[in-house]
Design a protein around this ligand. Structure first.
Ligand code: NAD
Length: 421
């Protein structure tokens, strides 16, 4: 909503120059930029890959790798996300390729394998999972299963020496998340959580602006991630399989965004949940949740998530000198970023076109890059664990009606991703 006394206009050259100063020059292409729109996407100058003098673990990927050089992924679970987003994203990735599938449905797996050039021998099921140890092409196992299966398959993958990329939420309990970290640590394999927003260019642009103080001090974060979950028989509405309702499934995006956009960690949470009566979908999980997180600097995040609402996915980060808003914020496509700031003394709303990228391809490439360069993932196990702790505290607050404190974690993120496509 734009206040009436605000001007709303597409971004101009002056804005572009300001954004350039904020480090956005490479990724933000202003809508009405005309001949100024020559900006290249962000690129990091990387040494060539094919330098035989360099140890494999120190090699740095170049702009794109030949198939034989790419990091091989086994995709575990062939549900909506795997088939609709992740497998197609390999086509947009630069360093990753699918080399194996794990599925309980062999006929489906055969069809998918043929589509992606994966041989029949590289199709596994949940009982033959450990045989992947004999397939050296598989470097990373991507767990895209119902939430209650994340811990088991992450730990099983670690035990056969494979790196793990695991979907959000990390698990269905804090204890499971801790065991996943322990298992990956003991096996000396990498663990990354699929927090795609943290690799998405608009979100990254906001992180940079906040880090450079371009919007002033972060004060308030308002966010919703809601959708209408129709099928009462699905696992997302089963507490044991999902670990909770909209909070764990979609509310986690609001929690994670409040944290990564500001780099702060909450000190406490107060929450309430709703459970629509007489609706067969909500016998086990909440239909909606509202929660308020407080942070040490005085920053706060007011969020809600619902399974009984028309799709609504936005956030607005309000700071002392301006605001950044994404609406939609958490969708796969069609994201939109607006900034509100004074320009020449007049409150001005600008729309910023940041070149769209396939978020899943960016995520796959980050994991591949970490494997190739032997680096810690930006969104590793500690990042997922912290969200699990916040989720647990949020449910505890909703149950008790009390504000629930949260301990300050050690830093949860690995080095900034340097591959933005
Ligand atoms: P889905 O139900 O469409 O797929 C789940 C897959 O797990 C199916 O292939 C199913 O056959 C398999 N499976 C194996 N054992 C099962 C069992 N006992 N019960 C049910 N399914 C079983 O789910 P999805 O939407 O693809 O979600 C999978 C994971 O991905 C979840 O953890 C979810 O939170 C996450 N997800 C992430 C995003 C994102 O944007 N990052 C989006 C959607 C889902």
């Amino acid at each position: 909503m734009i206040p009436r006394d605000h001007r709303s206009r597409p971004i101009g050259r002056r804005d572009f120059l300001q954004l350039a100063a904020a480090g956005l020059a490479a990724s933000a292409v202003p809508k009405a930029l005309g001949s100024f729109g020559q900006a290249e996407p962000n690129r990091v100058d990387l040494p060539p890959l094919h330098d035989t003098k360099v140890e494999a673990k120190e090699r740095t990927p170049g702009p794109s790798l030949a198939p034989s050089e790419r990091v091989g992924f086994a995709v575990v679970g062939l549900g909506h996300l795997a088939l609709g987003q992740v497998l197609p994203a390999f086509g947009n990735s630069k360093y990753a390729r699918p080399v194996a599938l794990v599925s309980g449905h062999r006929s489906k797996a055969l069809k998918v394998a043929a589509q992606y050039g994966i041989g029949e021998k590289a199709i596994y099921d949940y009982s033959t999972f450990e045989r992947m140890v004999d397939n050296p092409e598989i470097k990373v196992v991507y767990v895209i299963l119902p939430n209650s299966m994340h811990a088991e398959y992450t730990i099983r993958a670690a035990r056969i020496g494979k790196h793990v990329l695991c979907e959000k939420p990390m698990a269905v309990s804090v204890g499971e998340a801790e065991r996943m970290i322990e298992a990956c640590g003991a096996a000396r394999v990498k663990l990354m959580l699929g927090y795609r927003s943290q690799y998405e260019p608009m979100d990254r642009a906001i992180v940079r602006m906040v880090g450079e103080g371009k919007l002033g001090r972060p004060l308030h974060f308002v966010s919703s991630n809601s959708q209408d979950e129709g099928d009462p028989g699905q696992w997302r509405l089963n507490r044991a399989m999902a670990g909770g309702g909209p909070l764990v499934d979609v509310g986690i995006y609001c929690i994670n965004a409040a944290r990564f956009l500001t780099g702060e960690e909450p000190t406490d949470v107060v929450a309430q949940t709703q459970q629509l009566p007489n609706d067969p979908r909500f016998r086990e999980v909440e239909s909606a949740v509202e929660f308020l997180l407080r942070f040490p600097s005085g920053f706060s995040a007011a969020c809600n998530a619902s399974y009984d609402c028309h799709r609504s996915q936005f956030f607005r980060l309000e700071c002392s000198d301006g605001w950044a808003e994404m609406n939609p914020a958490f969708a796969y496509h069609g994201l939109s970023l607006r900034l509100g700031r004074p320009v020449d003394g007049v409150d001005t709303v600008t729309e910023v076109d940041v070149e769209a990228k396939d978020q899943f391809a960016l995520e796959l490439d980050h994991m591949s890059s970490c494997v190739l360069k032997d680096r810690l993932p930006h969104t590793g196990g500690a990042e997922g664990l912290q969200d699990m702790k916040i989720i647990a505290a949020t449910y505890e607050s909703a149950r008790s009606g009390q504000r629930v404190p949260l301990a300050a974690p050690a830093p949860t993120r690995g080095p900034e991703p340097d591959l933005e496509g």
